[in-house]
Write a protein that binds this ligand. Structure first.
Ligand SMILES: [Zn+2]
Length: 346
C-alpha cells in the first residue's frame, strides 16, 4: 500500500486521495441536457411515491429533516449520519417497474450500442478505479466478484490484471453484452440471503460500483456481502457523495436535475461518516477513499441551461480552461459528488 501523495490524506485514519483529471474536451461534447432533464422529470413524476420513512435506512436515526423535493420525491438530510436519502421511496414493485421502464432501458441501450463510449469508459473511467482498489487491497485471493457489473467494464480491467472474475447482473441485455464484448462470465443473479452460500469464501475482492444508492436497504446487501467474505478480503464500493457542490445547484434548481439527486434511481447520497458506520457495522474497516467529481461542470452547465445569455457570452468558454483547477479546490475540501472506498474485512 503506497501512500505516494497527499500527506493530509490520513487524518481520517485511512488513506484519502482527492481529485481526478477531467477530460474537458469530452465534457464539452455534452448530450442534450435540456432534453435529458425533461425526460428525467417525466420519468420520476409518474412513479407513485411511497409512505414516509421514519428512520434513516443508512444509520437508523429518527432525526432528519427535509432538504428539497425533486419531481415529487423528498430528499431528507439525516442528522445522525449526514447522508441524504429519499424519504418517500416507491414501494418495491413500483421501484422494480422503474428499472424496467423505457426511460431506464433506453438509456442503457444508448450506452452499450456505442463501442467507443465503452472503450473510453474502460480506459479512462474504470482502469484508474480498479487500479486504486488493487493498490489498497490486501486480499490474498486473486478472485473478483463484481455485483451489478453492467456491461462489464470493471471485469474487463480486473481480468487484465490477472484476476479470475465473475459478474452478477440482473439486466439481461447488459449481461449478454458483457459476456459477448469482454468474454467474461456474467450470471443473471443478485446477492441475497438465499444466494450467499453459492459465493461464500470464493472472492478476495467484491466490488459494487453504483449499487448501494439504488437499493432500498443498503445495510442488507452489505450484510450479505460480509457473509460471503472472510478476514482480509476486500470490498470496493462507489456511491454518490453528500454533501457536494453538485447538490448545491440541484437544491437551487430542483426542477432541473438529471443526475445525482435523481429520484427514485438514487435513493441515497452518502456521507463519508455514514459509509464508515455502515461498513464497521458489517465487519469492514476502510483502507482508502478517493473523492472526485464533476461538481463545477454540473454547476456551470445548469447555469448555462437556465440563463441562455450565458451560453451566448464568452464567459463559459473562458471558464473551460479553469475547470480542472476549480474542481481540484472542491475535491480538496471533500465536497466532490462521488466517492470510491476500498474496505477490508476484519
Ligand atoms: Zn442516517
Amino acid at each position: 500500500m503506497a501512500a505516494t501523495s497527499n500527506p493530509p490524506g490520513d487524518e481520517m485514519g485511512y488513506f484519502i486521495k482527492r481529485g481526478k483529471p477531467i477530460d474537458s474536451s469530452r465534457l464539452k461534447k455534452d448530450l442534450n441536457k435540456q432534453g435529458s432533464i425533461a425526460a428525467a422529470r417525466a420519468f420520476s413524476e409518474q412513479i407513485e411515491k411511497g409512505a414516509l420513512l421514519e428512520k434513516c435506512p443508512a444509520c437508523g436515526s429518527s432525526a432528519h429533516h427535509k432538504l428539497l423535493t425533486v419531481y415529487g420525491f423528498d430528499y431528507n438530510e439525516c442528522e445522525g449520519c449526514g447522508s441524504a436519502f429519499v424519504c418517500n421511496p416507491p414501494a418495491d414493485e413500483a421501484l422494480s417497474a422503474a428499472y424496467r421502464s423505457d426511460y431506464y432501458t433506453e438509456a442503457q441501450k444508448v450506452l452499450y450500442a456505442n463501442d467507443s463510449i465503452i472503450d473510453y469508459r474502460v480506459a479512462q473511467v474504470f482502469t484508474p478505479k480498479v487500479e486504486f482498489a488493487i493498490e489498497h487491497s490486501r486480499a490474498s485471493k486473486k478472485t473478483w466478484l463484481d455485483i451489478g457489473c453492467g456491461v462489464g467494464e470493471t471485469l474487463s480491467v480486473a481480468k487484465g490484471h490477472g484476476y479470475t472474475i465473475l459478474g452478477l447482473e440482473p439486466n439481461v441485455m447488459q449481461a449478454e453484452y458483457a459476456a459477448k464484448r469482454f468474454g467474461v462470465e456474467v450470471r443473471q443473479d443478485y446477492i441475497s440471503k438465499d444466494t450467499v452460500s453459492k459465493y461464500r469464501g470464493q472472492y478476495g475482492v467484491i466490488s459494487m460500483f453504483s449499487v448501494l444508492e439504488h437499493v432500498p436497504d443498503p445495510n442488507q446487501i452489505l450484510a450479505d456481502v460480509s457473509a460471503i467474505q472472510g478476514e482480509g478480503d476486500t470490498l470496493v464500493i462507489e456511491v454518490p457523495h453528500f454533501p457536494s457542490i453538485s447538490t448545491m445547484s440541484q437544491m437551487t434548481f430542483p426542477n432541473h436535475v438529471n443526475r445525482m439527486m435523481h429520484p427514485p434511481l438514487h435513493l441515497f447520497l452518502f456521507s463519508l461518516r455514514a459509509l464508515e458506520g455502515m461498513l464497521k457495522r458489517h465487519g469492514y474497516k476502510i483502507n482508502a477513499a478517493w473523492l472526485f467529481g464533476q461538481d463545477f461542470y454540473e454547476m456551470i452547465s445548469t447555469l448555462g441551461l437556465l440563463a441562455p445569455a450565458l451560453n451566448q457570452s464568452k464567459l463559459l468558454s473562458a471558464l473551460s480552461p479553469m475547470m480542472s483547477d476549480l474542481q481540484a479546490v472542491i475535491d480538496n475540501h471533500d465536497m466532490s459528488d462521488e466517492v470510491l472506498l476500498v474496505a477490508e474485512r476484519v
